[in-house]
Structures are given as structure tokens and as C-alpha cells.
Write a protein that binds this ligand. Structure first.
Ligand code: PGA
Length: 267
């Protein structure tokens, strides 16, 4: 896993947006996997800026979101569809028909989840999947104990996730108990993953994800099995990483390779 440490959450947002923008420019019809939550907000703001000021073109981009609360309609202020409209889709030139967020009001969830998986594969799979991480180590709503081979399905939220997300609702009792979520197996099939984390509350989950054993108790740790994951962290989220100095050295070497100044590497 490549680990990039930025000074603060603004740095994480800029760096993450850069990766997405490079892909969109290189492959205008790419498939982006998107996440909600506080973490990717800055990244989306930067993508909107790149669209407005530098003409970053989303007209052929296709997106799939990771998850949605069960029971919330697309217009509910806390639904993830609403979040995506407000924080990204309404401000860029993406075709609304190409934006996919699971339907929290589907009538037959089993059939709907299989349909969502099919939509992803019909588009050729996800090129770049953006991921936040829960303080319990979840990716999407794959709570501790989720199968590491899981596919899109319903999931019951843990008390910790309900507590973490209560700030967006009128309190814990308002948070839906169920969500539709892409599975860990679905996520592992994307071609590249960007794992974003900022703030001290993520430091423990990040250490366990990157340096701990692979375990269904920390579903993000399954990313160790993926061949192309880039973790972009701020200083606080990276605080507990034991091999932090090595990750910084790797980035220095990478930069040297790119500029052709190999320095000590080829000495
Ligand atoms: P956050 O949520 O970005 O709001 O911290 C991340 C998550 O729970 O996956």
C-alpha cells in the first residue's frame, strides 16, 4: 500500500482531487467510485473548483456510490443521494443518468443489490474507488465481522457508527439502523483505491488497517490484499503508524524517480 502523509485535511483533499483529476483527464469516460461523509468533502470542493476554473470535464464520467441508508428517499436531507447532489453532482457537468447511488427505498433489496452489482460490471468496473474509514475500521458500511468476500447487500450498523453519524441527524435515535452497501469483495475489484483519512479519531483504525493483520474485524485491512491502494492521510491520522518514516522515504524516492534525480538510489 502506498502511504502519503499530508500536513492537514486540506492537503488530503487537494492530493485526492489531483489523483481523480489526472484520471478524468486521461480517461474522460472513467468510472469513479465515490464516498460520502465528512472526509471526501474537501476533495469534492476541489473537483468543483477544477471544473469551474480549469474546465475539468465530467460529461462522460460515470459514478457509483458506496452506500445509502435504508428507508431514506433521495430527497431526504441526510440521504447520501442528497449529499452527493449538494456537494458534487449539482456543481459539475456530469450527466445525472450516469450517477448511481444505491436506492434506500428499493422494494426488493436482494434483487436490487444484485442489480447494482450488475450495473457496475456493465460499465466495465470501477477505475478509482474513493474510500473513507470509520473509527471502527469499516469501509463503506462493511462493519466489523463483514465477510471480506462480501458483495452489495444490506448491513446493520454498529452502535459506534450510529454514534459517529448522529451528528448529521437530530441525535442517535434518528440514524437509520440499516444500510445498503457495496461489499468488501466489490470494493476489492476496483482497479485502484484511494483511502482517505483525517483527524486523530482515525489514527487507531488507520494503524490497524495499514500495519495490522488482515481481519474481518477491521474491514479496511482487506485493502492489504489489493494491488493498488493509495492511502492519503493527514498528520493526525498517520500519528500511530510505526513505519511512518519509511513511507516518507518512499515518497521522496518516488519524487526523485519522477524528476530523474535518483540521488542515492542509483549511487
Ligand atoms: P467520515 O466517515 O468521513 O464522516 O469520518 C467515514 C466513514 O464512516 O466511512
Amino acid at each position: 500500500m502506498r502511504v502519503i502523509v499530508e500536513k492537514d485535511k486540506e492537503g488530503v483533499a487537494r492530493r485526492a482531487a489531483q489523483f481523480a483529476a489526472i484520471l478524468v483527464r486521461k480517461r474522460p469516460n472513467c468510472v469513479l467510485g465515490l464516498a460520502t461523509g465528512g472526509t471526501p468533502l474537501g476533495m469534492y470542493a476541489e473537483l468543483i473548483r477544477l471544473h469551474r476554473e480549469e474546465g475539468l470535464d465530467f460529461s462522460r464520467v460515470v459514478t457509483f456510490n458506496l452506500d445509502e441508508y435504508v428507508g431514506l428517499s433521495a430527497t431526504h436531507p441526510q440521504s447520501y443521494r442528497h449529499f452527493m447532489q449538494q456537494n458534487l453532482f449539482d456543481h459539475i457537468n456530469i450527466d445525472p443518468r450516469d450517477t448511481h447511488v444505491p436506492d434506500g427505498r428499493a422494494l426488493d433489496f436482494e434483487a436490487y443489490c444484485a442489480h447494482y452489482e450488475r450495473l457496475i460490471s456493465d460499465e466495465g468496473g470501477i477505475d478509482l474507488q474513493v474510500l473513507g474509514i470509520g473509527s471502527d475500521g469499516h469501509i463503506a458500511f462493511n462493519e466489523p465481522g463483514s465477510s471480506l468476500g462480501s458483495r452489495t447487500r444490506l448491513k446493520t450498523l454498529t452502535a459506534e457508527t450510529i454514534r459517529d453519524n448522529a451528528r448529521f441527524f437530530g441525535g442517535e435515535h434518528e440514524v437509520p439502523r440499516l444500510a445498503i452497501t457495496m461489499g468488501v469483495g466489490t470494493i476489492l475489484e476496483s482497479r485502484q483505491c484511494l483511502l482517505l483519512a483525517a483527524g486523530a479519531s482515525k489514527a487507531k483504525a488507520i494503524r490497524e488497517t495499514i500495519e495490522g493483520p488482515i481481519t474481518a474485524q477491521i474491514t479496511a485491512s482487506a485493502l492489504q490484499l489489493h494491488r493498488d491502494v493509495i492511502a492519503i492521510l493527514d498528520e493526525e491520522a498517520a500519528r500511530l503508524l510505526e513505519r511512518r518514516d519509511y513511507y516518507l522515504e518512499v515518497e521522496r524516492a518516488q519524487a526523485a524517480l519522477q524528476t530523474g534525480h535518483f540521488g542515492r538510489i542509483d549511487a
